[in-house]
Design a protein around this ligand. Structure first.
Ligand SMILES: Cc1cc2nc3c(=O)[nH]c(=O)nc-3n(C[C@H](O)[C@H](O)[C@H](O)COP(=O)(O)O)c2cc1C
Length: 199
């Protein structure tokens, strides 16, 4: 198991969406630690609304077929012509990713914590997951797109109508020939302000 070597601020600075991921993805014990970090997210009411559905290599073609078929159904439903490149991309999406998992929100509706707060907790868990993967030296991508709200895809994952897919998470190694990630400076001058009583 690789040791996490990055401090938290370093991991935050280095995390970035990596389009092309190569083998290997995190090993079993690394993935476990990454998911434990995800499940440490703040969670109002401690309702643990997150689910981490790992699609194993043996399921890559099967889940790829679900994504492809859902894409074709969406095209049919909306009268959009099928884009052959997109169709192949949907089918191959999981197979091309070293580690692919779905982060879902299964909100508890029997408690007074609003569903949107439970989704917020799952989004926090997803970021924890990406940061932990970064700390282990892996690249990552959080994706959504139309498949994330597709009922065929949700059903295939065992999710119900009240559940939502918060992200398809891709993890793997960053290719040697990719640009080395550099900590990025973020300009926060336009998004931070001090509150003042309105006059
Ligand atoms: C809820 C959510 C959904 C996203 N969906 C996609 C997606 O479908 N495809 C994609 O390439 N990136 C997706 N991203 C990643 C963002 O595009 C990315 O974080 C943004 O461009 C900033 O780049 P960085 O992650 O490298 O900082 C998503 C991010 C979030 C938080």
């Amino acid at each position: 198991m690789r040791q996490p070597v990055l401090e938290i601020l370093e991991a935050i600075g280095l995390r970035r969406t990596t389009g092309r991921l190569v083998e290997p993805g995190p090993g079993e014990s690394e993935l476990r630690k990454i998911l434990e970090a995800a499940a440490r997210a703040p969670d109002h009411g401690r309702c643990r609304p997150w689910r981490f559905i790992i699609v194993p290599k043996s399921g890559a073609d099967g889940f790829g077929a679900v994504l492809e078929s859902a894409y074709l159904q969406r095209c049919r439903r909306t009268g959009t012509p099928v884009d052959p490149t997109r169709r192949i991309r949907e089918r191959e999406r999981v197979r091309r990713t070293p580690t692919f998992l779905v982060v879902a929100c299964c909100p508890r509706l029997d408690i007074p914590i609003p569903a949107h707060e439970q989704v917020a907790a799952v989004a926090a868990a997803t970021e924890n997951l990406l940061l932990a993967a970064t700390a282990f030296g892996y690249g990552s991508k959080w994706a959504t797109g139309p498949a994330a709200t597709d009922s065929t895809v949700k059903r295939a994952l065992g999710l119900g109508a009240d559940d939502s897919i918060v992200g398809f998470v891709h993890l793997g190694s960053v290719a040697e020939d990719s640009a080395k990630p550099r900590a990025r400076e973020e300009d926060i001058s336009t998004v931070v302000q001090y509150w003042r009583r309105a006059s």
